[in-house]
Write a protein that binds this ligand. Sequence first.
Ligand code: ADP
Length: 671
Amino acid sequence: MTGPSARVLRAVVARRRNLWTVLVALVAALLATLIWLAGRYEDSQFQERLERDVNASVGDLRATFLRHVQSVQALQVNDPTPNSWNIDAASLLREQREFVRIEWRTDDLSVLSHVDTPFRSSVFQRLGRSSVASEVAQACGNARRLSGPAYGTSYFLPLRDGLGVDVMELCLPLSNSGQSAGYLVVTFALQQVLDNLLERKTRPNGQVSFTEGDGTRLVTRGPARSGSRVFTAQQLIDLPGANLVLRMDQWRSTPELFPNVLTALVIAMSVALMLVLALLGKDTRRRLRVERDLAEALAFRKAMEDSLVTGLRARDMQGLTTYVNPAFCQMVGFRADELIGHSLPAPYWPPESIDEYQQRQAIRLAGNLPPRDGFESVFMHQDGTRFPVLIIEAPLIDAQGLQAGWMSAFLDISEQRRVEELSRTSQERLQATARLATVGEMASLLSHELNQPLAAISGYAAGSLNLLHDAPQRDSPLGADLTLAMQRIAAQAERAGKVIKSVRDFVRRRDPEHEVLAPEQLVDAIMPLVNLQARKLSVRVQVQIEDGVPLVRCDRTMMEQVLLNLARNAMQAMDQPQITERLLLLRAYRVQGDGLRQWLEFSLADLGVGIAPAVQQQLFQPFFTTRAEGMGLGLSLCRTVVEQHGGTLRFGANQPMGTVFAFTLPAAAIA
Ligand code: ADP
């Protein structure tokens, strides 16, 4: 497919491809945003959960610290002596693993009694308890100020084995009837507090730590991680006097294929969307292919319509022209836009026929079908010339099977008419020639036949006159009358002879005009007429002229007449319903005659009914015919003409059936 329609189609394809690219990009962007949002939502959920965890753990821790305070306070319930106190404190240390040491101190913070945890060697062995006196003093100062338990800031105690522990002091002020009565100081190991807290909760993917307010990590549990997938939550534990923060670092394991339901859903929807897009794309491609096929079919149809020589016109049920093809426009000389939408009377109707055509249209619009093989009409070209057309009209049925109008095909039959006219006149001319030739033949036959009786009449009249001349009654009135009568008879017979001679001379007046011709020229001259009759009788005509056939000298008109007569007889012999194979074979070839003379023979073979033996006897008799409308002069004329040219006419049976007529002509002497 080339031309503008291909260009338009390419533009459509390119635009569609661009649209598709934009659509796919938009959908991909949308899906990416959705997945990102889903991930963010999920992250925020994770963070929230983490913060809830920290909150709960801080609650736990506060409860734990409260319990510690209560259990330490219980040591002072029954006014203990330092000894009994030591026993109680030792048992408390066994219960509470996070306690490192419990001290009973006086108001001026000197140690009354103390017990160390049995679970580890004393943490103060290396540096001595006095090294951390300021932390103790700070905690107890806080406690005194708050009149309740208070904590000191945490600190690091290096141990002998190169390690160390982070510890914190809890100070409880003791009072005795409103009077300050010393302090109970408890040293915590922060790591133990953290471990005890986490024993109740298991969190594989994270690190939990105590930090100071400025973020310095004191003790941690769990491996450390960093990166974008680590989430952090922290909360101040809010212990009086202490500034301890619980911090949780949680990391999300490497994202799975479907990290959670939401993302999975979004991804599933994305896949479905992509699938739908792919299907749509496939559908579009198929549609495009169909469109291209359709455009090609349309272009082909248009090319067909444009190259058609038959005029085409469609009209709706009101008679408005809805379509004309280029051939129709060319026929009537109007442009398509001048004809489409035009109502009746059409501009190509001759004004003198408008009434008649209107009536015809009225009949057509009333739903009467026109003749199937068409009808003839006359149209007018824009320049005013009239021309005959053959119109074949049929109802135009739409896709719903309803009649939408009329479709008509037009054939300009001017040329056909001209050929018909031509053949009619030449046929008339040939018939006249044939008739003339027949009359001439009759005249010569008659003259031949009448000459002898006339000569006899003259002879008898002369004899009678001689007898009368010598008779004795010669001078009698009767004799004189008889002599006169005899003389008149002789004179009339002579006159009759002259009349006949003059008729013969008239017929024969035209001397045969002999010319030298190629056999093809004779055959070519009769072919148009032979073909005309052959078409009518559905006969196939085959001509075979041998190479190098000699020229002949003959009277062209007479020879053509002979060939035409024989061809007609042959075709008429095949005009029988039972004969289906209708072939006329016309041949011209060289034959060797006696002596040195060259001969040419024409033969016409048919597959007709053949000639019955009874008919053969009388074939060349003038006026013998087996056909109702025949004259019976054709064959005798042919023979006369052929013999006049020095040739012979013969006939015989053809194989497998029919008859062969053949005649010879002497070849023209080559000058
Ligand atoms: P016409 O054609 O007027 O009948 P013709 O003298 O040409 O007169 O033919 C005489 C008759 O000879 C025809 O009526 C026909 O019966 C017979 N005849 C001539 N040619 C053939 C032929 N080729 N095959 C069979 N019969 C023929």
